[in-house]
Structures are given as structure tokens and as C-alpha cells.
Design a protein around this ligand. Structure first.
Ligand SMILES: [Zn+2]
Length: 176
């Protein structure tokens, strides 16, 4: 972990709260270059759509002829382990560090192994740190699951994830 990871994740959690306030699955994301914040965003559509927090953030930061390179040490902070779409997009972008809060037991790809990937990705150096402020993110997901009216969640969608949130919440309560 780096000294700013906790603080940056706090900003991502604040973005997630904005989504939660709109009844949207509470994922927030921040892109930083060292201590400089390049952008922040949150999920903006109901589940199973393309407007994930990370995709919104990428569209916000990587516009036009951007000049970021892998030497800029860009870090993506996100409150949930990225899905395959966001992880794949991240590999295409000059991001070299991924920090997430809650592991996604259902569709998380942050720890996916790249040894069978094509040359472009096989030697990709990506530092991945999970679990930063996990309990805070877990509480937001629990709040969402307790209040959502989306059929996907009410009918047991992403059951691995829902079970992990429930278990995470119980272990957090036990630690208090
Ligand atoms: Zn995603």
C-alpha cells in the first residue's frame, strides 16, 4: 500500500455514495497520478449495463489525444474489484496500479492470470492491491441490497457476491 491509498479510496467511496443515493449499485472510482487526482466517477445505470464507474471514469480522463503513458504511474481506485470489461479496458490504458476495496466473488477479474494472453498483455506489469477499506465498501453494498427494487438482485442475481456482502457485514460487526 502507498500512503495515499486510504484517502483516495475514501474519495471513491464518496462517489459510490452518490450512486447509492440514486438507487444505483454503489461503485465509485478515482484515477490518480501519484497524489494528483485526474478524475472521479460512479456507476450511472442499473445493473448489467455498460456505464460502470470505471468506464465512466475512463471516458472522462482518456479523451482526445491524451498523452498519458505507462511511465506516469497511474493508479485506478475502485470500491469493487473490476469486472472483465473494466479490467480489459484498464489493460488497454496506461494504468499500472489497481487498488480495490471489496473483492467481487461473482465476477471480479482483478486477480485474473494473464499467462495465456496474447503478446500485448502477457508481459503486462500491473500491481494489484485488494481489500483497501473493504468494510466501508461492504457496508454500502449491504445498504444497496437492503433497499434495491431491481429484479436482478431481488431474484438472487450474483448470489456469490450477495453472500460475500452478507458474510463481510457479519464479520465486520463481530470485529466491533
Ligand atoms: Zn466493470
Amino acid at each position: 500500500m502507498q500512503p495515499d491509498d486510504d484517502h483516495m479510496m475514501g474519495l471513491a467511496l464518496a462517489e459510490a455514495k452518490v450512486a447509492l443515493g440514486q438507487g444505483i449499485f454503489p461503485v465509485g472510482a478515482v484515477l490518480a497520478s501519484g497524489t494528483q487526482i485526474l478524475g472521479r466517477s460512479h456507476k450511472t445505470m442499473v445493473s448489467n449495463h455498460l456505464n460502470h464507474a470505471e468506464m465512466n471514469l475512463f471516458h472522462q480522463v482518456f479523451t482526445g489525444d491524451y498523452t498519458f503513458s505507462r511511465n506516469d504511474g497511474l493508479t485506478l481506485y475502485t470500491t469493487l474489484e473490476p469486472c472483465i470489461m473494466c479490467f480489459g479496458t484498464m489493460l488497454h490504458l496506461p494504468i499500472t496500479r489497481l487498488v480495490f476495496a471489496m473483492p467481487d466473488a461473482y465476477g471480479g477479474c482483478g486477480q485474473v492470470r494473464l499467462e495465456n494472453s496474447p503478446p500485448r498483455h502477457v508481459a503486462r506489469a500491473m500491481e494489484v492491491i485488494g481489500g483497501v477499506r473493504r468494510a466501508d465498501a461492504c457496508k454500502l453494498f449491504a445498504e444497496f441490497l437492503a433497499s434495491t427494487t431491481e429484479a436482478f438482485w431481488l431474484t438472487g442475481g450474483a448470489s456469490h457476491f450477495q453472500a460475500a456482502v452478507k458474510a463481510g457485514l457479519q464479520s465486520d460487526i463481530a470485529q466491533v
